[in-house]
Design a protein around this ligand. Structure first.
Ligand code: SF4
Length: 301
């Protein structure tokens, strides 16, 4: 059995930056309540490590960032790397909260692009995931932003004159291209701006270029969009099997037995300790196929 450790993988610059901002905020403000508006990244181990530092999280499936602000009445609120709308920022300030913004610079660039086009009386077709915080933040920037989750959404749109087609930063390169093409069919004069970030792009391309792999293991949280995309890209690129696992504890013998070449990658919100532990275990199994999984590694931030 050969284990291929896919490079690049794991934490992106935006996630490293958000974690550092969160740590600095706690360090520099002893005694002040610090609340993160939503999950810092979609990974339960990172969230737990932040909670150990004393950070509280305002998070509930199905509730918007705007509504979640009702849960925060004092202290500091940190916006996550996914970004927020202007309305959310205003509401936080009007509540008297101190705002610390950990929005990824790549998301800020998309916001600036979208704002500029709307101010120029244009409409934006924003390809993204329903309910994802980054999509929520961007779509709320203006009534002129239309969320496109699939080709079916394009059919519902009326005639639009001045159109920009853009997208969420963590989408699949393959799916996004398909939806952009469908948008262009309806609005052939539209401008396009592919906003899949460099970190997402190079992680997906590394998976697309894998050869003769029997199984792709993606280490990442089930809520992590970019981890899901890596798995889907693997399958669409011809890898016969791909799984998304949270940690080494999710490996099963049925998953890996009789596989000659196993590739391992991880989403940009996955701590490196978790991925390394999976690779180390598989290498050990390849040398001596006994079956005893170690407990999941302690994640520190
Ligand atoms: S995945 Fe891309 S956009 Fe999202 S935080 Fe990382 S670098 Fe920024």
């Amino acid at each position: 059995m050969e284990i291929i450790s896919v490079i690049p993988r794991g934490y992106c610059q935006g996630v490293v930056r958000a974690i550092q901002i969160a740590k600095n905020t706690v360090r520099d403000n002893p005694g002040v309540p610090v609340t993160m508006l939503g999950m810092i990244v979609h990974n339960q181990y990172v969230v737990h490590a932040c909670q150990q530092l004393g950070i509280r999280f305002a998070e509930e499936a199905g509730r918007s960032r705007y509504d979640l602000l009702d849960e925060i009445d004092q202290g500091i609120v940190i916006f996550t790397a996914h970004g927020v709308s202007d309305e959310v920022r205003q509401k936080a300030l009007s509540k008297g909260l101190t705002v610390i913004d950990a929005t990824c610079p790549d998301v800020i660039r998309t916001h600036e692009l979208v704002r500029a086009h709307c101010e120029d009386h244009g409409d934006v077709l924003y390809i993204g995931k329903q309910g994802h915080p980054e999509a929520e933040g961007t779509v709320s920037l203006s009534d002129r932003v239309h969320l496109i989750t699939s080709c079916a959404d394009i059919e519902k749109l009326n005639h639009l004159d001045h159109v920009l087609i853009t997208n969420q930063t963590t989408l699949s390169l393959l799916d996004c291209r398909q939806i952009i093409d469908a948008c262009l069919k309806k609005y052939p004069q539209a401008e396009t701006a592919s906003e899949i970030c460099q970190a997402t792009r190079i992680r997906q391309e590394a998976v697309m270029h894998l050869k003769d792999i029997d199984l792709l293991i993606v280490v990442g949280d089930a809520r992590s969009n970019n981890s899901h995309q890596l798995k889907e890209i693997g399958l669409k690129s011809g890898i016969p099997e791909a799984v998304l696992i949270d940690s080494v504890q999710d490996l099963t013998e049925d998953m890996i037995k009789e596989k000659d070449r196993i590739a391992v990658t991880s989403g940009s919100s996955t701590p490196n300790e978790l991925t390394k532990q999976v690779i180390d275990y598989l290498q050990e199994y390849a040398r001596d196929p006994h079956w005893k999984l170690p407990p999941t590694a302690e994640v520190t931030i």
